[in-house]
Design a protein around this ligand. Structure first.
Ligand SMILES: C[S@@+](CC[C@H](N)C(=O)[O-])C[C@H]1O[C@@H](n2cnc3c(N)ncnc32)[C@H](O)[C@@H]1O
Length: 473
C-alpha cells in the first residue's frame, strides 16, 4: 500500500500523501510510479509485470517515460541484493533500521546511479525529492548523504569492495555480485553440475531482460505471417519468431489468438511431447497442469492437425478459464485435480505434466521472484510434484508418453523427483529427451547428454525448462 497521510507529525517521519505528487515534471511521475510498484511488490505481494502496465496506463505514461519507469522498477527489484550491500556501506544507520519505504527510495536511487546513464546529480536530486515526498525533509537529508556516497564509485568500483574476487566464500560473492539469494546461487551451481563454471553467465542472464518470443499456433498462423509483421527468425522452434521491438498486441495474429507470446523453451518441451515416439494409438492427449494455457494452446493446435484431441485441465477454475481462451474448439477444458484423476487409468496416449514449481528458471521474467521464496518452497512442492507424476503415469496407457516439465533447474524439482517416482518401477522407460528435442530443433545443443534435458537462459536465451520423457510399457 502507498504511504498515507499521518497526523502524528515527526513521530512518523512527516509522511506526505501517498498519491503521485504532480510537480509538473514527468520524470517525477516516472520515478513515483516505479516506487509505487516496488512498494506494492513488497507490501502486498503484487507482481511487477502485472501491476506496472496498469499503473502506466492510469498515469498516462507512454513511450520513453513508460520504458524508463519499467527499467527503474525491474532494475531496482532485481538488483536489490547488490544495492543493499552498497547501501550498507554508505549508510550510518543499519539497513534494518531504515524505514522500508525510504529504503526502497535508496535502492531506486542506487540503481539509477550504478546501472543507468542518468546523470548522477539528476539521480540523487530526484531520489531526494522522492524521499522528501515519502518520508519528509529529515529523511530527505539522510537520503542525500547516503546517495552522495553511493555516487562516489561506479558499479565496478563498488563490486571490488562488496564482492571482491578470490576471498573465500564464492557463493556469497556471486550472491552479492549478481544479486541472487545465496540458496539460489548454490542450487543453480548444483544444477549446472560439471558446467558449474558457467554460474556467473547464468546469473548474469537472469538479470537480462528476456527477449519477446512469439509462437505461431500451427494451422492457425504461420511464422512467415509473424515475420511479415516485423518479427525476426528464432533459432530453435519451427513455430517461433522473435519480437525485438513493439507491442505483441500490435500483431493481428496475436490479437486474434492465433499466435501468442511464449518462451522458446516452453514451445520446445511441448513439441518434444508431441513428437516423442509412442506405440499404437495417438488420439488422446492431456495437459494435466494446463493453466494459464501457454503449452496447451500449442498442443491443442498440433493435436487438431493430427486428428487427435487434447483434454486440458487445471486445479484452479480461473486458470482453466484462461486455458479455454488459449486452446482451439476441439480441445476439452476442465477443472480437475491431476493428483486424483477423474478419468480411467490408461486413458491417454500423450500427457504433458508441467508441474507447479519454484519458477527458478524464469527469474528473468519476474524480477521480484528471487526474493519471494526461500529454500523451504522446494521441499514444500516436492510431495505434490511426486503425486502428480505418479498419477500421470497411471493416466497414460502402456506405450504412451508422459512429459514431466518444470520451469526450474533445481535438482530437487527435476531429476530427483523423476528418479524417486521411478525407483522400483520397471514399467517406465526414460526416453532420450535431448535426442527428441534435436529432432524438433536440429540446431539445438547444450541441453544435456540425456536422458533428461535442461535448457539454460545463458546458453539458449530461453527459460531454464527441464524435460523428462517417460514411456510406459
Ligand atoms: C507451471 S503451471 C503450468 C503452466 C502451463 N502449462 C502453461 O504452459 O501455461 C502449473 C499449474 O498447475 C496447476 N496445479 C497445481 N496443483 C494442481 C493439481 N493438483 N492438479 C492440477 N493442476 C494443478 C496450477 O494451478 C498451475 O496453473
Amino acid at each position: 500500500m502507498p504511504p498515507t497521510r499521518s497526523r502524528r507529525g515527526n513521530r512518523d517521519h512527516n509522511r506526505r500523501p501517498g498519491g503521485p505528487r504532480n510537480t509538473g515534471r514527468p520524470e517525477d511521475l516516472v520515478r513515483r510510479t516505479a516506487f509505487d510498484v516496488i512498494r506494492a511488490v513488497e507490501t502486498r505481494d503484487a507482481y511487477a509485470n502485472l501491476l506496472l502496465p496498469t499503473r502506466l496506463r492510469e498515469r498516462g505514461l507512454t513511450g520513453r517515460d513508460a520504458a524508463l519507469a519499467t527499467e527503474l522498477t525491474y532494475g531496482t527489484l532485481r538488483g536489490r541484493g547488490t544495492y543493499d550491500a552498497v547501501l550498507a556501506l554508505c549508510s550510518d544507520r543499519e539497513l534494518r533500521r531504515i524505514d522500508a519505504p525510504l529504503l526502497d527510495v535508496l535502492r531506486l536511487g542506487t540503481h539509477q546511479l550504478l546501472a543507468t546513464r542518468i546523470p548522477p546529480h539528476a539521480a540523487v536530486a530526484t531520489a531526494v525529492e522522492l524521499a522528501r515526498s515519502v518520508s519528509g525533509p529529515g529523511q530527505a537529508k539522510f537520503a542525500n548523504a547516503v546517495l552522495r556516497k553511493v555516487a562516489t564509485r561506479d558499479m565496478d568500483g563498488w563490486l571490488e569492495i562488496v564482492a571482491p574476487e578470490g576471498q573465500g566464500d564464492e557463493a556469497k560473492r556471486l550472491s552479492i555480485a549478481y544479486s541472487h539469494p545465496r540458496w539460489i546461487v548454490s542450487a543453480m551451481r548444483d544444477a549446472l553440475g560439471p558446467d558449474r563454471g558457467e554460474i556467473g553467465a547464468l546469473l548474469a542472464a537472469d538479470n537480462d531482460r528476456p527477449r519477446v518470443t512469439l509462437v505461431a499456433r500451427p494451422g492457425r498462423a504461420t511464422v512467415e505471417e509473424l515475420l511479415e509483421a516485423g518479427a525476426e527468425a528464432a533459432p530453435y522452434s519451427p513455430y517461433a519468431a522473435l519480437l525485438t521491438e513493439g507491442d505483441p498486441a500490435g500483431i493481428a495474429a496475436v490479437r486474434e489468438g492465433r499466435a501468442a507470446v511464449q518462451d522458446e523453451g516452453s514451445q520446445l518441451v511441448a513439441l518434444a511431447l508431441a513428437s516423442a515416439p509412442i506405440e499404437g494409438r495417438d488420439a488422446f492427449w492431456a495437459d494435466l497442469c494446463a493453466g494459464p494455457g501457454g503449452k496447451a494452446g500449442l498442443l491443442s493446435a498440433l493435436a487438431t492437425q493430427r486428428d487427435a484431441r487434447l483434454l486440458a485441465s487445471d486445479l484452479q477454475p480461473h486458470r482453466s478459464a484462461l486455458v479455454a481462451r488459449a486452446v482451439d474448439e476441439r480441445a476439452g477444458v476442465i477443472v480437475a485435480d491431476g493428483a486424483a484423476p477423474a478419468w480411467k487409468p490408461g486413458s491417454f496416449d500423450r500427457i504433458l505434466l508441467d508441474v507447479p514449481c519454484t519458477g527458478l528458471g524464469a527469474l528473468r521474467r519476474r524480477p521480484e521472484a528471487r526474493w519471494r521464496r526461500g529454500p523451504e518452497s522446494v521441499a514444500e512442492l516436492g510431495p505434490l510434484q511426486r503425486e502428480l507424476l505418479g498419477a500421470a503415469l497411471e493416466s497414460v496407457r502402456p506405450g504412451g508418453v508422459v512429459a514431466y516439465v518444470t520451469c526450474s533447474p533445481h535438482l530437487a524439482e527435476t531429476r530427483v523427483v523423476v528418479d524417486d517416482v521411478l525407483r522400483g518401477r520397471d514399467d517406465v522407460q526414460r526416453l532420450d529427451a535431448p535426442a527428441v528435442l534435436t529432432g524438433v530443433a536440429p540446431g539445438l545443443e547444450g541441453v544435456g547428454d540425456g536422458p533428461y534435458a535442461q535448457f539454460w537462459p545463458h546458453r539458449h536465451g530461453t527459460d531454464a525448462m527441464f524435460l523428462a520423457l517417460l514411456r510406459r510399457s
